[in-house]
Write a protein that binds this ligand. Structure first.
Ligand code: AHM
Ligand code: MG
Length: 350
């Protein structure tokens, strides 16, 4: 790191300065969130010692097992954000309904949507987990936020980001002015700018997918992965598989190194394809980050940021990462192209 230390607080403030019309509410909102994240980080780091691991026995609204740390993170974020006066409501992957701001606190003009602890099935094995957040401007006219404020397209996000509790803790965020990464210096308790203006390579060498689901994929997805296993004309080698099973970790690696992360729908019943990842808490915020870094994010048929949410826990198929890789995947899905056809197309282009 160079000699100039930039804390995340200063960075957010400097970005705000380029918007003279800004009131500072988004800046203060992000500061509140950073405090919650530091507390969650402390707990994640001490998890093995503090005996907070293990399932509570309850289930969240998507039917997954809820781990204690999920609940802790949920509570921490809610309590850090409920009284700042910047939010009109919240929604979380861990709660079925919209989360109102308590009556006794002032209401603000933003909405916070979040996945407090993503990849929680990995907690017991000490695998990297993350927090994902998405911020929208309030749309409705009343004081309290409504469902309408939560169900906005990803392209209208005011800010998005994630935290990765990995070998170090990093926070990556965008307010629409590029993507910036900060590493927590635990000795001073500050997130310091370590990855300014992250750019995702246009094409990668990595694909990340749960290949155990092969038999649930539609033919285009199988063709695409088959194609990636063949010799890539650009490198003379096949793509490499990397799959942690923790979205933030898989996404973060591919953002930095280039590559594609895929979670396609289960298409065993073609009339009722079943996706896994949540649009509002996972797909949309990471899609904003990907696009801001020069990458792309698609359902295979549609830009994820254009998908209109119909419900809080809506799920979407996800292909996200390097632009050229996502574009090729779309070609397979939209045109139903087989590897042979793609090779013929490439040969014709060469
Ligand atoms: P979670 O929000 O309940 O933790 O689930 C989401 C996780 C993602 O982190 C990850 O990409 C995916 O589920 C892994 O799913 P699978 O185990 O089916 O490969
Ligand atoms: Mg999640």
């Amino acid at each position: 790191m160079g000699s100039k230390l930039v804390t995340i607080q200063r960075h957010i403030m400097e970005q705000q300065a380029s918007h003279p019309e800004a009131t500072g509410a988004l800046t203060r909102l992000l500061w509140d969130l950073i405090l919650a994240i530091k507390v969650i980080n402390r707990e994640v780091r001490q998890a093995g010692l503090a005996d907070v691991l293990g399932a509570t026995g309850a289930q969240n609204v998507s039917g997954d097992r809820v781990q204690k740390l999920d609940e802790f993170a949920q509570d921490r974020i809610f309590k850090a954000m409920d009284h700042g006066g910047h939010l009109c409501c919240m929604a979380s992957e861990e709660r079925a309904e919209i989360i109102p701001i308590p009556d006794r606190f002032p209401k603000g003009k933003y909405v916070l949507l979040y996945d407090p602890l993503d990849g929680s099935s990995n907690i017991d094995a000490n695998v990297t987990i993350g927090t994902i957040f998405s911020i929208h401007r309030k749309r409705s006219s009343g004081v309290n936020g409504t469902l309408e404020d939560c169900l906005q397209r990803g392209r209208d996000q005011a800010a998005a980001g994630y935290v990765i509790y990995g070998s170090s803790t990093m926070l990556v965020y965008t307010t629409g002015q590029g993507v910036h990464g900060f590493t927590l210096d635990p000795t001073i308790g500050e997130f310091l700018l370590s990855h300014p203006d992250i750019r995702c390579p246009n094409k990668g060498k990595i694909y990340s997918v749960n290949e155990g689901n092969w038999n649930t994929w539609d033919p285009a997805m199988r063709d695409y992965v088959t194609y990636l296993k063949e010799q890539d004309p650009a490198t003379g080698r096949p793509y490499t598989t990397r799959y942690i099973g923790s979205l933030v970790a898989d996404f973060h690696r591919n953002l930095l190194y280039g590559g594609i992360f895929l979670y396609p729908a289960d298409c065993r019943d073609p009339k009722k394809p079943k996706a896994k990842l949540r649009l509002l808490y996972e797909a949309a915020p990471l899609s904003m980050i990907a696009e801001q870094a020069g990458g792309a994010a698609s359902t295979g048929r549609e830009r994820i940021l254009d998908v209109a949410p119909g419900e809080l826990h809506q799920k979407v198929p996800v292909a996200i990462g390097s632009q050229a890789d996502v574009a090729l995947y779309e070609e397979f899905v939209k045109a139903g192209k087989t590897p042979d056809r793609i090779r013929a197309a490439q040969a014709a282009r060469a």
